[in-house]
Design a protein around this ligand. Sequence first.
Ligand code: ZN
Length: 168
Amino acid sequence: MIRRMSETTVHSDPNRTHEPQTSLLPTYLAHRDEPCPSCGYNLRALKTDRCPECNQQLVLRVGLAEPRMAAFITGVVGLAMGLGFSVILAVFIAIDRLTNNYSTGIEWQEFWPMVIGSMVLGVALWCWLHWRGAIRRASAGIRCTLAALCFLASGVTAYVIFAVLSSR
Ligand SMILES: [Zn+2]
């Protein structure tokens, strides 16, 4: 069962208030050598919630032992590769088309796979980043399949671009 913070209402139980995150920080650091995540300064025996060296505010958090980021990052790379390829190629050919030393011979009507590919992969990348929480909660099989589909989408885009440009 998924129980989120919004569902476990703090107000329903007056004895279970959320202490400010900073209140436990000096206790935690009293006898521990912990480096500042920003500058590496040893925060042992810190009395406030700010690093004395870089003045950044610090918080004490619960973290995941295994953040399940592999499939998510793989998907980002897969989509970003195809998106970057389509955009850079389109810009390169457009510049070539607009300048005097027009060497590629590619006409504007042959731009559609690059334009559509960029839009589809751009939207897919936005969705992938937007629903990262749902992706991380999915089962390992679904995560890997989705990550593979990201690479497939980029591969199909690159293939269609080459097919259109080489069939002239
Ligand atoms: Zn610091």
